[in-house]
Design a protein. Structure first.
Length: 284
C-alpha cells in the first residue's frame, strides 16, 4: 500500500483497517459513537491551524478530518446504510440545488442579498422534505429546544439551550441566583463523593458545568472563549514552573508539590495578577 493523491486510496486503507481478521484490532472495535469525539476534536484542530495561520498544519488537519468522514462512511457501508460515494453525491446535490444562480440554466445573477434569501428558502424546503420522509412519531411534540442541534460542542449547546428557555422567561433574573445554584451543585458533588458513586458523580459534575455556563451567559462571557483563556493561562504558568525548575537543575519529577505551588504563585506575581482571585486554586 502506497500513498496517493486519489481519494480511492484512502478508501482502500480504511477498508483494510476495518477488515475482520487482517485489519487493525483497535479500528475494528470502533463504532459511530466511539469515533464521534475524534471527529469533533479534528474539527477543532482545523480551526486551531486556521487561527495560527499555519497552512502546512492545516493541510494535515484537513486530512485528519477527511479521514473521519471516510471512517464513518465505511462503518455505514458495513451496515448497508450508505457508502462514501453516497455522501459525496448528497453534498454535491445539495450545493447545486442551493446555488441555482451558479449552476442552473437560467441567465442572470442574484445580488448578495438575493443569494442569502434563496439559500435560506432552499434550506427550508429541504427541511420540509426531510420531515415528510421521516416516519411520523406517535405523540410527537415539537419542543422549543428542538432546533438546538445535538451535535454541537457541549458548552455551545448548553448556552443555546439556556437562551431558548430564557426567551420564554424560564431563567434567573440575577447572576447571584446562578451563583447560589452553583454552590448547591457543588454541595451535591460533595455528597456524591461521600457515597463514592461514580455515575452520580459524573451526573452532578455535568449539572455543575451546566450551571457555570449559565453564569457565563448572565455575565456576558462566552464559556468556550473564557475556558480557552484559562487554558492559555494555565499553560503559561505551568511553563514558568518547568523553566524555573530547569534553571535550578531540577525537573517536575524531582520537585515536590509544595515547591511547584510556590513557583505557581511566583508565576502569578510575574503576570501582575491580583493575589486574591476567587478561582486561583481552581486553575490548577
Amino acid at each position: 500500500m502506497t500513498p496517493s493523491r486519489d481519494i480511492s486510496r484512502l478508501l482502500e486503507i480504511m477498508t483494510a483497517l476495518r477488515t475482520p481478521g487482517s485489519g487493525c484490532p483497535w479500528d475494528l472495535e470502533q463504532n459511530f459513537a466511539t469515533i464521534a469525539p475524534y471527529t469533533i476534536e479534528e474539527a477543532y484542530e482545523v480551526a486551531d491551524a486556521i487561527a495560527r495561520g499555519d497552512l502546512d498544519d492545516l493541510k494535515d488537519e484537513l486530512g485528519d478530518l477527511l479521514l473521519q468522514v471516510v471512517y464513518h462512511a465505511r462503518m455505514a457501508e458495513e451496515q448497508n446504510a450508505f457508502a462514501f460515494g453516497d455522501v459525496v453525491e448528497a453534498v454535491t446535490r445539495k450545493m447545486i440545488r442551493r446555488h441555482p444562480h451558479v449552476f442552473a440554466d437560467e441567465h442572470g445573477r442574484l445580488t448578495p442579498v438575493g443569494v442569502t434569501s434563496a439559500w435560506e428558502r432552499i434550506k427550508a424546503e429541504e427541511r420540509a422534505e426531510r420531515a415528510v420522509q421521516r416516519p411520523a412519531e406517535k405523540n410527537s411534540h415539537k419542543s422549543l429546544l428542538s432546533g438546538v442541534k445535538a451535535g454541537l460542542p457541549a458548552l455551545s449547546r448548553a448556552m443555546q439551550l439556556q437562551r431558548k428557555a430564557s426567551s420564554v422567561g424560564f431563567d434567573w433574573n440575577d447572576p447571584r441566583e446562578v451563583l447560589r445554584k452553583i454552590r448547591e451543585e457543588a454541595d451535591e458533588i460533595e455528597a456524591a463523593l461521600d457515597k463514592g458513586d461514580a455515575r452520580e458523580l459524573a451526573e452532578e459534575t455535568g449539572d455543575l458545568l451546566f450551571a457555570l455556563v449559565n453564569l457565563a451567559r448572565h455575565v456576558g462571557a462566552d464559556p468556550d472563549l473564557a475556558l480557552r483563556g484559562t487554558n492559555a493561562k494555565f499553560e503559561r504558568r505551568f511553563g514558568y514552573i518547568e523553566r524555573t525548575l530547569a534553571a535550578r537543575g531540577s525537573s517536575l519529577d524531582q520537585a515536590s508539590l509544595a515547591e511547584m505551588d510556590a513557583l505557581w504563585d511566583e508565576a502569578k506575581e510575574t503576570e501582575n495578577l491580583p493575589s486574591s482571585r476567587p478561582s486561583e486554586r481552581s486553575e490548577r
